[in-house]
Write a protein that binds this ligand. Structure first.
Ligand code: PAF
Length: 281
């Protein structure tokens, strides 16, 4: 595995492979890798000739009071893990190579950012769309891989790819969970032992919502949301939102008649966790 810091160098290496008709699979990450990331890397490995992974803690997707500074970083460990997965290129750009001083090409995230995490984290999806577009311009992958834990992010990236007509296929993979159901996330690292125990109730709440809809035939979104909140409230510090929305448009639903995305965000201690589940009636 080659570790590259220079965007120019990566672009030229990739261009050579593309000339030979090779498929490049790309997994953008912010590092501190876990099994969720590795499931994406494995899929990219199966489906492409060359696999590139990026590690870049993107400052523009963090709000001023969020965890950019303390976001966990462990490049040596990440490098070992990626080598073991047979990754060809690890791209570790500096801040200035992603955002040169003349950088102005911020990307609007579009209407999907109006819902769920969008209003709670102003500017977040603009930062995500911007960095992903910039990385796609550098890597020019055949396919790029994202996890469904960041469901809204994946839909926003798909819509951005459509809008710019980028020649990249967006592939998504299911959420990878710990044994007790907690969705894997680099931020789980922040949880104390007690918080880690409380955090399992996010998944429990989603399971209850699915049961109400699928087995008990509850259609009224207010009732399902109330039940989810009742599960969460005793265990979390703050419920940021519980939402039941259309899986494509992300618009709030009143009734669950076909399929629905149940999404939630909670603070457990100071740590903000998200989780989701698509429920089909
Ligand atoms: O999902 C993430 O880790 C990040 O949002 C991404 C897509 C790497 C952009 O910084």
């Amino acid at each position: 595995m080659k570790v590259l810091k220079s965007a120019k160098r990566l672009t030229s290496v990739i261009a050579r492979f593309k000339k030979k008709g090779k498929r490049i699979g790309f997994v953008p990450t912010m590092g501190f890798l876990h099994e969720g990331h590795l499931s994406l890397v494995r899929k990219a490995r199966r489906e492409n000739d060359i696999v590139a992974v990026s590690i870049f803690v993107n400052p523009t997707q963090f709000g001023p009071h969020e965890d950019y500074r303390r976001y966990p970083r462990h490049l040596a460990r990440d490098t070992r893990l990626l080598k073991r997965e047979g990754v060809d290129y690890l791209f570790v750009p500096s801040r200035s190579s992603i955002y040169p001083s003349h950088f102005r090409d911020y990307v609007r995230p579009g209407p999907l950012a109006r819902y769920l995490c969008g209003p709670k984290r102003p500017g977040h999806f603009r930062g995500v769309a911007t960095v992903v577009k910039r990385l796609f311009d550098i890597v020019a992958p055949y396919a790029a891989y994202f996890g469904e834990k960041d469901y809204q992010q994946a839909r926003i990236i798909e819509s951005m790819v459509k809008r710019f007509q980028l020649p990249v296929r967006i592939k998504t993979s299911p959420i990878v969970r710990e044994q007790d159901g907690l969705a894997m996330s680099s931020r789980n690292r922040y949880l104390s032992r007690e918080e880690r125990i409380s955090a399992r109730f996010l998944y429990q709440a989603l399971l209850l919502a699915r049961k109400l809809v699928r087995q008990q035939g509850v259609r009224d979104v207010r009732r399902v949301k109330q039940a989810v909140q009742n599960v969460l409230a005793p265990h979390v510090t703050k419920i940021d939102y519980v939402a039941i929305v259309h899986p494509q448009t992300l618009k709030p639903l009143k009734r669950v008649n076909h399929s629905a995305l149940i999404a939630l965000a909670c603070y457990v201690g100071r740590t903000r966790l998200i989780d989701n589940m698509v429920v089909r009636v």
